[in-house]
Design a protein around this ligand. Structure first.
Ligand code: ZN
Length: 130
């Protein structure tokens, strides 16, 4: 797993992301057709218009999740760990690490986006049940 470039997320207050703190992912939105993309793109993949970049809400809805028991090649995250798909404002779904194992999680529950450092040289986002 590779870390995100710092430009792909900001702290909840818009500043630099801080490990362990709330974060917001930077998505692109098409002013023409309204399509939202994460990671952000300069151009809308649906209609080709230039997109604008804006942070998603810090909270979203957990749409689904699973446990990873066998690490993919090259991963630096110790197993087992949870992966979830989170929907933001009904506009875009993003897959990411969960901050806890999947026991006790429910589909449709609220999660917050946080900055994680799951391995020494990996900084990325994750989703924390609220
Ligand atoms: Zn578009």
């Amino acid at each position: 797993m590779t870390g995100l470039e710092p430009a792909q997320m900001v702290a909840a207050d818009g500043g630099a992301p801080v490990v362990g703190e709330s974060a917001r992912l930077l998505a692109s939105q098409c002013p023409n057709c309204g399509r939202t993309e994460f990671p952000a793109r300069e151009q809308c993949p649906a209609c080709g218009e230039p997109s604008t970049t804006a942070p998603l809400p810090s909270e979203g809805r957990l749409c689904g999740f699973t446990a990873v028991l066998h690490p993919p090649p090259g991963t630096e995250v110790p197993v087992p760990y949870g992966i979830g798909v989170v929907e933001f404002d009904g506009r875009v779904r993003v897959m990411g690490l969960l901050t806890q194992q999947i026991d006790g999680l429910d589909v449709d529950q609220r999660v917050g986006t946080v900055t994680l450092q799951p391995a020494a040289d990996v900084v990325t986002y994750g989703f924390q049940p609220l």
